[in-house]
Write a new protein. Sequence first.
Length: 277
Amino acid sequence: MNRSNLRRFAPWHFLQREVRLRIQCVLSYLAFPLILVAAIEPSAHAELVTLYSGSGLPSAEPWLVYGFDSITGASQTSVAGGVRLVTDGATRAGYSNYNVIPTTALKNPAFPSLDRANGFELSFSLALTGESHTSNNRAGFSVILLGSDAKGIELGFWQNEIWAQNAGFTHGEGIAFDTVLSQEYKLRIVNDNYTLNQGANQLLTGNLRSYESSQPYTLSNYIFFGDNTTSAQANALIGAIKLESNLASVPEPSTFILLGSATLVFRGLRLLRRPKA
């Protein structure tokens, strides 16, 4: 090729090379987020357990036990949408994840550990069609959620209010709310705080309690739904119950993936430099 033709060819040659290098750089940038997402996505989900499907009796499923202290003062009936629990003023009855006979132990040993640092959430459907109480510090229907260190919260449900039990078992913070109709609730615990939501609405939030009395309040990873007092009574329709644990457990990508991704970016940056003529 003579010198004149070389001068005409050189600009086009370098333009082609520049375009090719820029395309390689762009592909390198695109590869980084794709590899990173592929590495994280499969393991980024928290652990979800269905404690009660909302069909039949909860005790017929692997996680919950039905308990009562009077045969005649309480009943459970499988109905459309869940189970109906009815108690009178002298009877305590409900569902928990612990057996008490012959010894106190989890019904299912595979029950997840509820680490407050990672966070966990109990979701449930409830319609309180009847409730009465003789003390403002008691409720005919309660939900208890305790973490692995037995620290947590007990919420009392009246037909017109939801409120938290203080450590001394007195009426704590509450909110006026109609609980007669079936509602979907989510009780979340993270670190030292709890939050109760109904749908997208935040109903209650506050500090956790250390009740530090006798069982069941000293049990770890404890859950209860029902009437736990002889000073109140209720007629409750309980629907599906689910527990999600390890809310904050998003594992870090492996060192190998990070190293490979960083190499791609470095290569892209290096190729972006304009070649010398």
